[in-house]
Design a binder for this molecule. Structure first.
Ligand SMILES: NC(=O)c1ccc[n+]([C@@H]2O[C@H](COP(=O)([O-])OP(=O)(O)OC[C@H]3O[C@@H](n4cnc5c(N)ncnc54)[C@H](O)[C@@H]3O)[C@@H](O)[C@H]2O)c1
Length: 379
């Protein structure tokens, strides 16, 4: 099997295991659906699942400007006959008209200027994409009329500093620490406005640290793909903090399950739902796993925590999503992590080509500098 075939098989096997196909049979079949950010870490998995669910008479439109992997080659979009890739920007009316002309009945809005540090470094662009682009999508959706508008929100963004654990949807904090978090909060509020004022059936899905196949490492990316990448290159792993910090790492196909169910169940309309694993993993334990899986012999480096990174622990309650849409994560961390490693191995050439760690400003940059210097030492 080639890398695409393996990825398709992984998603199909997940759909079967989670009884997702049976549950939503008929609902997605024959539909046209739009996924913004469908070339990204989560979207590239979602589109494979949707391709299967909409079937031969349906269509999955992908709108993505490929900015996350800084290439014009949509290699992370699995070529399937009913997936139509449109290279375009959520801020651009011409691109939006192009996809809305196809009359999607469900929109999954995943495109974003990812993520915290990126938004600190490029605050205006982050608002242009995550707020203005988001409003444009809501406007077009309102005009054509939709069955569902699913918004990719973020647990780390919404809950602010020092909430009680596990994080419950009712908790609201105005103490957000990055423009990305502010934009995601605004994104939910715009969804709520379009829902209340125009009856647009919106759902806010709050993801927690995704991992698994599809996420290309880079300066602004999540810790798991970056650790795997550095470890596979034999480079020391930087821990920002003490390593005792925890995160609610969620396997990407469990998130896909939540998204598909949020698109299906009308009980989700107008709601905000945590989509997470509901279990904590210590960064220190993650590092051990990465080292074991890759045989990396390089050291661990402790670095200062980034100023905006004020959450020593993250753990979500998934009770509401369980209740309203029957969400149930089914992949344990070891299994999900193994599939992440295999995706790296299968796609290593492409990943090396596009992984982006330029030296430059602020904390993400300090990583970049460290990386360069380590490469130097290894030579
Ligand atoms: N990955 C996580 O851990 C996580 C956690 C919480 C929330 N989220 C949210 O989930 C969504 C998907 O996350 P992801 O990890 O797949 O991110 P990603 O960066 O991998 O994917 C986002 C995609 O959007 C595209 N994009 C960026 N700007 C665009 C624009 N102006 N027009 C069109 N396309 C554009 C990028 O090229 C990328 O392919 C995002 O909205 C993100 O904020 C992700």
């Amino acid at each position: 099997m080639n890398a695409y075939e393996k990825r398709i098989a992984l998603v199909y096997e997940y759909l079967e295991r989670s009884y997702l196909e049976e549950e939503v049979a008929g609902y997605y079949s024959g539909r046209t659906v739009l996924v913004t950010g469908g070339a990204g870490a989560i979207g590239s998995n979602l589109i494979i699942a949707l391709s299967r669910l909409v079937g031969d008479n349906g269509k999955v439109l992908v709108l993505d400007n490929l900015s996350a992997i800084k290439t014009r080659d949509p290699w992370n979009v699995t070529p399937l006959p009913n997936i139509m890739f449109v290279l375009g920007d959520v801020r651009n009316d011409v691109d939006l008209k192009r996809v809305f002309k196809e009359e999607p009945s469900i929109v999954f809005h995943l495109a974003a200027f990812f993520a915290n540090q990126n938004s600190v470094d490029y605050t205006e662009t982050s608002a242009e994409v995550d707020v203005i682009g988001h409003i444009k999508l809501l406007e077009y959706s309102k005009i054509i009329g939709l069955d569902k508008f699913i918004y990719a929100s973020s647990g780390c963004a919404i809950y602010g500093s020092y909430p009680e654990l596990p994080l419950k949807e009712e908790f609201v904090s105005m103490h957000l620490t990055t423009p990305y978090q502010i934009n995601k909060m605004a994104g939910e509020m715009y969804c709520n406005f379009y829902n209340h004022h125009y009856d647009l059936p919106t759902v806010n899905c709050r993801f927690f640290n995704s991992y698994g196949p599809g996420e290309v490492p880079g300066q602004y990316r999540n810790v798991i793909p970056n650790f795997i990448y550095w470890a596979m290159k034999g480079i020391p792993l930087p821990i920002t903090g003490t390593g005792e910090e925890t995160r609610d790492f969620t396997y990407v196909l469990d998130l896909v399950q939540g998204l598909v169910k949020a698109g299906f169940y009308s009980t989700a309309i107008g709601e905000s739902l945590n989509l997470a694993s509901g279990r904590e993993i210590k960064i220190r334990d993650l590092v051990e796993k990465v080292i074991e899986a890759t045989g990396n012999k390089a050291d661990i480096i402790f670095k200062e925590r980034r100023k905006w990174d004020t959450k020593p622990r993250l753990l979500a309650s998934i009770d509401k999503a369980r209740q309203l849409i029957g969400y149930e994560p089914i992949v344990d961390f070891d299994e999900g992590f193994q599939s992440n490693i295999e995706w790296f191995e299968d796609n290593w050439e492409k990943i090396e080509e596009v992984a982006d760690f330029p030296p430059g400003m602020s904390s993400a940059v300090r990583c970049g500098e460290m990386l360069q210097c380590s490469v130097g030492v290894l030579k």
